[in-house]
Ligand binder design. Structure first.
Ligand SMILES: [Zn+2]
Length: 336
C-alpha cells in the first residue's frame, strides 16, 4: 500500500498556544501550582512574542493534521491581533475565543466591565477577525457578566465557550457563592445553548450532564492536558449515553496530536466500561473534525493527507487505515 488518503483536517476546538512553552516545565505540585507557572508565562507575553511563538505553534498543529483552531485567548487585544497574523502566516483557520475575565488571574486578563469586554469583541470583529464569546469560567466571571455575554452571543449567533468543572475546588467555590454547581449556574444565566461548548466538564455530575444534553451544548475534551494537569478524565460513558456531542482540544499544547486525543478519549471510555469500541471510528473522527468545526462556527477548513506508506501503517489493509491511525499511530502519519 502506498500513496496518500485525503480526509478532512482535524479541528482543535480549544488551545492556549502560549502554554506550549511550559511543556517539560512545572512538574510536581498540583493544578494550582502549575497555574502559578502558567500565569508567569502569560504575564510575559507581548504582541511580538505571540506573533512568533503562535506561528510556530500553529505550524506544529498543521503538521499534526489540525487545520482549524479555536484560540481561547486571555492575554490582551493587541495579542489577539498578533495571533490572527500568526494564524494567517501559518495557514490555519482561526477563531479567537476572546475571554471575559472579571476577577482573579492577572491584571492584564481583566476588563473593567462587561461593557468593556463586549467593546473589545466588537473591535476584533470590526478588524475582520472571526470571534467567539468566552467567559473564562464561573471563577472569573460573576453571574451578571454571564447573563450579558449569553445575551450577546444569542443575539449575534456566536459560539460561546467556557471552562467548567475542570477541578473540584472550582465546584466547591461555586456552591459556596451561588448555591449551585458551575454548569447549573451557566444554565440559569443563559449561557447554555446549542452554540455553547463547555470545556472539560471533567467533574460534571449527572444533573449537569443532563443540562448540557437538554440544551444541545457540546463538551470539549482535552485528554492529554487533563492527564498532564492531574484534572481527572471525562465521564465519557455518561456523556455518550446522553447523546452529548464531544469535540477535542490540545488546550495547554503539552501534546499536539489529534490522533492521541481521540485514542485517549476512547481509552478512557474503555477503562470506565470494560468494553472496547465504546465510540465507533466514525464517532471519533466526527469528534475530531465536524463537531469541533460546529463548535467554532467554522464551515470550511482544509483537508489533510494520510501517508499510506508510513512505517506505522505497514501491513494495514486499506479498509482499516482510519481505525488503525487512531489505535496505533502518531500524528506523523499526516503528510506535512
Ligand atoms: Zn483551557
Amino acid at each position: 500500500m502506498a500513496g496518500t488518503l485525503r480526509i478532512p483536517g482535524f479541528v482543535n476546538a480549544h488551545s492556549h498556544t502560549f502554554q506550549r512553552a511550559l511543556r517539560g516545565r512545572a512538574a510536581g505540585g498540583d493544578f494550582w501550582a502549575w497555574r502559578d507557572v502558567m500565569l508567569a508565562e502569560a504575564e510575559r507575553q507581548t504582541p511580538d512574542l505571540v506573533r512568533e511563538a503562535y506561528e510556530q505553534g500553529y505550524e506544529e498543529m498543521i503538521a499534526a493534521g489540525y487545520t482549524a483552531v479555536g484560540e481561547f485567548h486571555y492575554v490582551g487585544v493587541p495579542e489577539a491581533h498578533a495571533a490572527a497574523a500568526a494564524a494567517a502566516a501559518a495557514g490555519i483557520e482561526l477563531v479567537v475565543l476572546h475571554v471575559a475575565y472579571a476577577r482573579g488571574g492577572l491584571d492584564r486578563f481583566r476588563q473593567e466591565s462587561v461593557r468593556e469586554y463586549l467593546e473589545q469583541v466588537e473591535s476584533l470583529r470590526a478588524a475582520g477577525i472571526r470571534v467567539g464569546l468566552a467567559p473564562h469560567s464561573v471563577r472569573a466571571c460573576p453571574a451578571e457578566w454571564l447573563e450579558e455575554i449569553g445575551r450577546y452571543a444569542a443575539a449575534d449567533g456566536l459560539p460561546l465557550h467556557v471552562h467548567a468543572d475542570e477541578q473540584p475546588k472550582e465546584i466547591e467555590e461555586c456552591l459556596a457563592e451561588h448555591g449551585c454547581r458551575p454548569i447549573e449556574l451557566l444554565a440559569r444565566r443563559g449561557c447554555l445553548s446549542e452554540r455553547t461548548t463547555v470545556v472539560h466538564a471533567t467533574h460534571a455530575n449527572g444533573a449537569e450532564l443532563d443540562l448540557i444534553a437538554a440544551h444541545g451544548s457540546t463538551i470539549c475534551a482535552c485528554p492529554t492536558t487533563e492527564a498532564d494537569l492531574g484534572d481527572g478524565f471525562l465521564p465519557a460513558e455518561r456523556v455518550r449515553m446522553r447523546g452529548i456531542a464531544i469535540c477535542i482540544g490540545s488546550d495547554s499544547n503539552v501534546r499536539i496530536d489529534p490522533l492521541e486525543e481521540l485514542r485517549e478519549l476512547e481509552g478512557i471510555a474503555r477503562r470506565q466500561t470494560g468494553r472496547r469500541g465504546v465510540f465507533s471510528t466514525d464517532d471519533l473522527y466526527g469528534f475530531g473534525r465536524e463537531v469541533g468545526a460546529r463548535s467554532l462556527g467554522v464551515d470550511a477548513w482544509p483537508e489533510i493527507e494520510i501517508d499510506l506508506g508510513h512505517r506505522s501503517l505497514r501491513g494495514v489493509e486499506s479498509e482499516h487505515v482510519l481505525a488503525a491511525a487512531i489505535a496505533g499511530c502518531a500524528a506523523d502519519v499526516v503528510v506535512s
